[in-house]
Write a protein that binds this ligand. Structure first.
Ligand code: AMP
Ligand code: MG
Length: 428
């Protein structure tokens, strides 16, 4: 039997405490190999060392002639060095000849440097002369030892660490992997994150509005947040405010997922079935971590463990749901994918506006950072209340208004948590 009065007697934990309780239950996901063609944004699951060096042969940096530098170290237009051209090497080929004193071999950008040669002189610094069907060049500028030759291992040495665990793969990593022969890439398996929404009032995004009903935005927003942090979102639809049905769906979903997010029903309202669910869970591999956090928005945000998996009860209010995810679920997803320090994101910015509302608890408001006059400043977005979602689209950070303060005045520094969204530092 549910004792409703208990709902008001929840013990609030601090945000950092909530985060550390959650993190104790997080482990890195296992590894899988994916094709290099589909590894963008994935995270590396094991340290990758180069099995080759790059370049693996001495390579010409430009189109010209492979020569012996000591023969032309004093060459000038008036006193050029004359050399006989004995071969040519297109990129991709190697010469069977050696560069010996008095000779040169024509090479292209990327050609293998012929044996004997220790410098390449660019075409523009030579003059070509034909004599009796034989090609000669006059080198008209002094040549230095090693010039225009990329040596073996100049860029990468064998055994060098290429990228560590948790590295997010972008175009630069893909280029490196491809050039070193990794056509299959060891990546962390994407965490499967179930998303369940509760509420009799919810209808899907494509449905026409009806009196008293609202469209479900949280399911879509949460799925996007999950995907943005590398998870695989699985939607479990919407269940009405019926505890048995919610409990049944949670039990099925959590079997199939690595983490489960439930939105709505965590507060103290009459139909807040998630609050009931959390207050009645005990035993059977279930453990409540907390059901209240000393923060705004989203103070009823709750978390529990079911069969070693994390279950989050996020607020139904879209603004609070968004913030709850960023503060609590984001570090979990990052850690599951190998990020070593998932909280290393806080930064500072100067407040462009006053935020005069104090609060006994930490408050996270949506802000927009811009960089101008050599400083990062942040403005408070309008329509920032927990029930509102319109400002989320413009938010590129959360501004922390610390507990006990009377707000933060314009010109003062504030702590901000950047969001990974399009960071438009030079204006909206
Ligand atoms: P609840 O946390 O269930 O009390 O919901 C708080 C507020 O958020 C109510 O106004 C709900 O109608 C609204 N809400 C709940 N779930 C969603 C959702 N999935 N999408 C948009 N708004 C929601
Ligand atoms: Mg509800």
């Amino acid at each position: 039997m549910i004792n409703r009065s208990q709902r008001f007697a929840r013990r609030a934990v601090k945000v950092e405490h909530a985060q550390s309780m959650i993190m104790q239950h997080v482990q890195q996901m296992d590894s899988e190999h994916v094709s290099i063609d589909s590894c963008l944004h994935r995270r590396i699951s094991e340290p990758l060392f180069s099995k080759e060096c790059m370049p693996h042969f001495r390579r010409s940096g430009l189109d010209g002639y492979a020569v012996l530098s000591e023969e032309a170290s004093f060459a000038t237009p008036q006193n050029p060095t004359r050399l006989k051209v004995v071969d040519e090497v297109p990129a991709g080929s190697i010469s069977s000849k050696q560069v010996v004193p008095g000779t040169a071999i024509r090479v292209m950008t990327g050609s293998a440097i012929p044996e004997g040669s220790n410098a390449v002189v660019m075409f523009e610094q030579t003059e070509e002369i034909q004599e009796d069907g034989q090609v000669f060049i006059h080198v008209k500028h002094k040549v230095a030892y090693g010039q225009n030759i990329a040596g073996v291992g100049d860029e990468i040495t064998t055994g060098q660490l290429l990228m560590g665990v948790g590295t997010r793969i972008g175009p630069g990593q893909i280029a490196l992997l491809a050039s070193l022969g990794f056509d299959k890439v060891p990546v962390v398996r994407r965490p499967v994150v179930g998303i369940l929404t509760t509420g009799n009032e919810l209808i899907a995004a494509g449905e026409p509005l009806l009196p008293g009903k609202i469209r479900n935005s949280n399911a879509y927003m949460l799925a996007a947040q999950v995907e943005q942090y590398g998870g695989l979102a699985v939607k479990y639809g919407t269940v009405p405010d019926d505890m048995d049905e919610v409990a049944r769906t949670i039990r099925t979903a959590i079997e199939e997922c690595d983490i489960l997010l439930v939105s709505g029903g965590v507060s103290v309202g009459d139909y807040d079935v998630m609050a009931d669910f959390f207050s009645t869970m005990k035993g059977n591999g279930m453990e409540l971590l907390f059901n209240k956090i000393a923060m705004r928005p989203g103070s009823p945000t709750s978390a529990a463990i079911i069969n070693k998996k994390l279950l989050f009860g996020l607020s139904g209010n879209p603004g609070a749901c968004f913030v709850g995810f960023e503060l609590l679920v984001r570090p979990v997803l990052l850690t599951m994918q190998g990020t070593v320090d998932p909280f290393n994101q806080a930064s500072k910015a100067v407040m462009a506006d006053d935020f005069g509302k104090g609060c006994p608890h930490d408050r996270y408001i949506r802000g927009h950072m811009t960089y101008s006059n050599q400083q990062m400043s942040v403005s408070v977005l309008n329509k920032n209340s927990s029930s509102m979602l319109v400002s989320i689209q413009h938010a590129n950070c959360l501004i922390l208004i610390p507990s006990g303060s009377k707000g933060i005045a314009a010109g003062q520094q504030a702590e901000v948590i950047p969001l990974p969204y399009e960071i438009t530092l030079y204006g909206k």
